[in-house]
Design a protein around this ligand. Structure first.
Ligand SMILES: O=c1ccn([C@@H]2O[C@H](COP(=O)(O)OP(=O)(O)O[C@H]3O[C@H](CO)[C@@H](O)[C@H](O)[C@H]3O)[C@@H](O)[C@H]2O)c(=O)[nH]1
Ligand SMILES: O=C(O)[C@H](O)COP(=O)(O)O
Length: 313
């Protein structure tokens, strides 16, 4: 058995292995509090459903979650109001700790969440979920509430590419995962090759760990959390949980090019790459205009926040 196989065998479980009753008892005896954090940028169409279903299932009828906090990440739609009406505490990312300035991006919203949440454990969930269920939250909490040595838990699932075809394969979604993140991790950080969905937006982490990490402001936050946790705590501080199935809103391919660039830059930097640009770089992409390939330069931000622990009051 390789190290990766041993890690997989010891640290992979399914959400249905632990009952809600068992988790509530584990939470009570651990004394830990839990915050659900939902970073959301222009998700008025779906964030209300995410908040409402979690609130009804896990706050109103059980004590599993202590708070649901939506971080509105520079939305230009009604995300703030919809999330608030659904029962979440909502903060605008840019308005949290204005003394620390503000950057666009998902990682920024997650980093800022450390200043407005209280949970000993943070559970992150995307706001654009279409096919999902509330067991995602207890599923992610299972290893953290029952195994003190675990500090970070990733979710995984079947993830079809919702292209409208009836026979969309269960593992066809996750284009950046399959074409960038997985090859990158296998090549440069092979101890992380056992993660089924390294980019999953559904994951949970102990506050003290997340507050100790350097956090990319954009989409590299999941990748670096894995790399930096494995480096500082060892791979056995990471567990993963099968959550079943998940579908979400897909981004356009060229937008995913920006995400891939962020993930590559942050991972290569951690592998000792000497040419990392400062706060970002230009990605030249091509679009047909009247049948002619025409260049479009996209600036891809790559800034990182230092550990939030240094700024907590
Ligand atoms: O500037 C942003 C961009 C996105 N989001 C929110 O972050 C979540 C995920 O964003 P999305 O654009 O849907 O990302 P995906 O294409 O789904 O990317 C996948 O891969 C990313 C890279 O690892 C992860 O960050 C995502 O959680 C994961 O779902 C959603 O709730 C967004 O509203 C923000 O809060 N701010
Ligand atoms: O996780 C990923 O790889 C990206 O979010 C892209 O996912 P998609 O191919 O399912 O849109």
């Amino acid at each position: 058995m390789t190290d990766v196989d041993s890690w997989f065998a010891a640290n992979t479980s399914s959400w249905c292995e632990r009952t809600l009753t068992e988790l509530l008892a584990a939470k009570a005896s651990s004394g830990l509090s839990v915050s659900l954090v939902v970073p959301a940028r222009n998700e008025a169409a779906t964030v209300g459903d995410v908040v409402t279903r979690v609130r009804e299932a896990l706050v109103e009828t059980t004590d599993l979650l202590d708070e649901i906090v939506v971080i509105d990440s520079d939305s230009t739609d009604d995300t703030y109001v919809v999330a608030q009406d659904a029962g979440a505490v909502v903060h605008r990312s840019a308005e949290i700790r204005p003394d620390l300035d503000s950057y666009p991006g998902k990682g920024e919203a997650m980093w800022k969440s450390l200043f407005v949440t209280t949970g000993d454990v943070l559970v992150f969930m995307d706001a654009d979920l279409l096919d999902w269920d509330t067991h995602f939250v207890p599923g992610l909490l299972g290893p953290l509430l029952t195994r003190p040595e675990i500090a970070l838990v990733k979710g995984y699932y079947e993830r079809p590419l919702a292209d409208g075809s009836a026979d969309a394969g269960a593992y066809e979604g996750g284009r950046v995962t399959e074409l960038v993140a997985r090859p990158l991790l296998n090549l440069l950080f092979p101890e992380l090759a056992g993660l089924v969905q390294p980019l999953a937006g559904e994951w949970a982490v102990r506050r003290e760990l997340f507050a100790s990490l350097t956090v990319p402001t954009g989409y590299a936050v999941e990748t670096t959390a894995l790399i930096d946790t494995a480096r500082t705590r060892g791979i056995d501080a990471i567990a993963q949980v099968d959550l079943g199935r998940r579908a979400h809103r897909h981004q356009a391919l060229r937008d995913l090019g920006g995400m891939a660039t962020q993930i590559l830059a942050a991972a290569l930097d951690r592998a000792g790459w000497e040419h990392r640009p400062g706060d970002g770089s230009v990605l030249r992409q091509f679009h047909p205009v009247d049948g002619v390939a025409t260049a479009t330069d996209r600036f891809v931000p790559q800034s990182e926040r230092p550990p939030a622990a240094g700024f907590l009051r």
